[in-house]
Design a binder for this molecule. Sequence first.
Ligand code: CTP
Length: 191
Amino acid sequence: LGNRSTGKMGFAIAEEARRRGASVTLVTGPTYLAEPAGVRVNRVETAQEMRDAVLGSADGADAIVMSAAVADFRPEQPVPGKLKKEDGVPEIRLEPTPDILRELGSGKGDRVLVGFAAETDALETSGRKKLEGKNLDLVVVNRVGAPGTGFGSDTDEAMILARDGQDEPLRTWTKRELAAAVLDRVAKLLA
Ligand code: CTP
């Protein structure tokens, strides 16, 4: 189970935060992207490993941005070896992965928390639901499914929804512009 996320958004945020002088830990799944200079990189492969790595660095963090497209489900019983075809079509039962952002939101404290949402329709309603449900300060709602935007592309069609109501309407951004806009808001909230 996977998706075509490349990590470009997370890397853009880490790079921009570093450029602004932040001390940055980048927790990333498998990607071909080059590591940004001056950033601590923690590589993980599963949702559980990502949860442990993020929660492990959360204590000292002023802000956490969760742009990872974490798989929502995983096989209940991973098979260590190979599934042989002659054994027939396998039935794979799934179970939910830990929702990292929800866990962060439930022990939020003073930390600024930013989530991402990939949606095909009802962008604002779905985004607002995540903002409130996961106890976030900001959520970036990405419109996915349209050509040239979303996973793997360099531009996104996105809106920023804020707990304080200072929303940014839907428009096309480069991932770099979007990273800068998110961090402008994070800096304001921290101030
Ligand atoms: N997220 C997370 N842990 C997960 C799944 C998602 O921390 N196991 C984070 C993502 O990094 C993102 C946000 O939660 O910042 C939104 O993820 P999404 O999958 O869109 O939200 P869900 O609550 O799973 O809702 P949906 O039913 O729309 O998938």
